[in-house]
Design a protein. Sequence first.
Length: 290
Amino acid sequence: MTDWITITSGALTAAINPLGAELSSLRDADGRELMTDADPAFWTGRAPLLFPVIGRCHDDRIVIDGRAYPMPKHGFARRSAFALIEHGADRALFRLEDSAETRAAYPFAFRLDASFAIEDATLTTTISLHNPGDRPLPAGFGFHPAFAWPLPYGAAREAHSMVFDAHEPGLLTRITPEGYSTTPVRPSPVEGDTLPLADTLFEDDALVWNPVASRGLRYGPPQGPWLDIAWDAPRLGVWTKPGARFVCVEPWHGLADPEGFGGEFREKPGVFEVATGKTWRCAMRVELVA
């Protein structure tokens, strides 16, 4: 805890763990926690950054130019020490660069920056992936924050819902027991634009919209307070373990390997490329609305 980096606006206070540049606490002006309690009976993660892959890869490896490299589920960034580059009262910047260790799993030069900034009751996390190498950089990236369920304002757990900014009637991708993705086959549990939350939704792992029409949602009870969450990603995962006191809202630029996929990483559905000398960016915003 002493190693976490704190930023605040007074209305909102965030603490980030340099290990993984992981948002580990988000509290309101009265000190009430808006994120997971990280109960080890369920999941000790808080908000890992998923890079350079999302979910599981075939046989836990990626193939680059015909050669296989070991790659753990959700990549290695979440277990990597980020350097603290800048730290002010209301903002902080963390950086992970390639090393001999990362190149053993991912043979590319890269610079991954995670910037956290608070203004009033809004936290914005901006990711910048720079390619300093001499060939295109293939990658996936995802956010994975776990918010308190229920939020700490007295409403019952079953009173919480997610209201999307668009209707989401399409089929959802299923995650197999082995951790791979399927073509969209799962009926959407969204009722128009509203997803009433219940443990039964997650008995077969995450809900995965591939693609998701929305670029934001409101999470909480109808009477508030709630969290307004916005993203710029084409896919979205929502996940918890039944009985846990959190729910994850996960904008993804990528996806777990499709069932049976064993091809080149560059050919994997959802992988994007950053051209030599260029920088790719994405962001996620969380606003507490009282």
